[in-house]
Design a protein around this ligand. Structure first.
Ligand SMILES: [Zn+2]
Length: 404
């Protein structure tokens, strides 16, 4: 297992794999059967050991059980130089590790700064503000998708030395609405209601708008980038659907929600205090798109999603959430500025503790489950594929997800 803190969202610098001849990249039938299946683990382990022994004794070079090019050298300690590795044993070891370790939390939060924010009208008619963040841990542009008008970024609103009013408006540090001819970032002269309440600069304190409704903690979803599920129509996972659903719940006007709540047995979370989707650029549970695609091939060879990652020598879940916590604090949703806490949209109970941060910088008041659309609608809507069913089953059985 890696020694990297699980909440650091580190950048894993891609390392060049050593060049391999094409024939080495192909998995022979024998090697393909190394993939674990419960009933065959012992047999496979013996095979792998036997292979390793014979390779050592017969010749100087060795035949790895899994081609070296499939391994990710940067993530986990490399195999003994020139040696083989035993997938069955590795799987056992890493499974023990990954399921007994409590989430490791960074002692202090990373630094984040909102660089720019812009209004995005969406195809559903709802409007959101996209916030782009830089941070001191990696070079990725993590995002916060903010619904509602009460949630503001403190680092964005801060005055930067030498900047003009136009500079502030261009980077999105304005109140109210932009319109042609507007000259001040602080006063929305076209819309009196949008102007800052006390007529002064936006203070770093939270606006009082949410304090009138103490039961209303904003909805928050921490979402990790999934190119295949969100952009390339993949039915191997439900990431695209979950992102859509989170946005849907956060963009309903209050009246619609109470109406829905009265019609449905399933409780409908309200969004009076707005909502935030923190969108972390950690593709494929943090292993990157290339490795994720290899894992898909291993799944087609018979592994489930957890086993495939472990066979590639990645932790089952390499994602980290320190950046998400820091972004929520910057958006005024931490305990220092938000007495109501947040309601976290997730099926993963481990995420609740992870998001709260080592010093409980954020308080999760409630976990709101996300039930797959296909299950809620009795199969009439949502993703239909063998792959997504297997994926959801694995999440529940091996990763502690709770989907009722
Ligand atoms: Zn996905």
């Amino acid at each position: 297992m890696s020694n990297l803190p699980s909440h650091a969202s580190p950048t894993f610098v891609a390392q060049d794999a050593p060049p391999h001849p094409v024939e080495e990249l192909s998995i022979s039938t024998d090697q393909a059967t190394i993939l674990p299946s419960d009933s065959r683990v012992d047999e496979l382990r013996d095979n792998a050991i036997a292979q390793s022994d014979s390779a050592d004794s017969d010749r100087g070079d060795v035949t790895p059980a899994v081609p070296a090019s499939l391994l990710s050298p940067s993530f986990t300690p490399p195999a003994t130089p020139g040696g083989t590795f035993n997938p069955a044993k590795l799987l056992q070891q890493t499974q023990q590790l990954s399921h007994t370790k409590a989430p490791k939390l960074l002692p202090c939060l990373p630094e984040v700064e909102c660089i720019v924010r812009a209004r995005i009208p969406t195809t559903t008619g709802a409007e959101m503000f996209l916030h782009l963040y830089h941070n001191n841990l990696d070079n990725k542009e993590h995002l916060a998708i903010v619904f509602g008008n009460t949630i503001r970024s403190r680092s964005l609103d801060k005055v930067r030395p030498g900047e003009t009013e136009m500079d502030r408006m261009i980077r999105g540090a304005y109140v109210g609405t932009l319109h042609p001819g507007r000259v001040s970032s602080w006063y929305d002269d076209g819309n009196a209601e949008g102007a800052a309440g006390d007529g002064g600069p936006v203070s770093s304190e939270r606006s009082t708008a949410t304090e009138s409704s103490p039961s209303q903690a904003p909805l928050v979803r921490i979402h990790s980038e999934c190119y295949t599920g969100e952009t390339a129509w993949s039915a191997r996972c439900d990431c695209g659907e979950q992102l859509d659903e989170a946005a849907r719940l956060m963009s309903f006007p209050m009246e619609t929600l109470s109406e829905m709540a009265s019609q449905q047995a399933v409780p409908v979370p309200s969004n009076a205090s707005g909502g935030v989707i923190v969108y972390l650029r950690q593709e494929g549970r943090g292993i990157g798109l290339g490795e994720k695609l290899k894992a898909y091939n291993l799944q087609d060879l018979g592994s489930d999603t957890v086993e495939a990652n472990l066979l590639l020598r990645h932790p089952a879940d390499a994602r980290s959430y320190g950046l998400a916590t820091a972004i929520l604090v910057d958006l005024g949703l931490g305990v220092d500025a938000n007495p109501h806490g947040i309601r976290l949209l997730t099926n993963n109970p481990d995420k609740v503790r992870a998001i709260e941060g080592a010093n409980r910088e954020v308080a999760v008041k409630e976990r709101v489950p996300m039930i797959p659309l296909a299950w809620r609608s009795g199969g009439k809507q949502g993703i239909k594929s063998l792959e997504v069913e297997g994926y959801l089953r694995t999440k529940i059985a091996k990763m502690g997800h709770m989907i009722e």
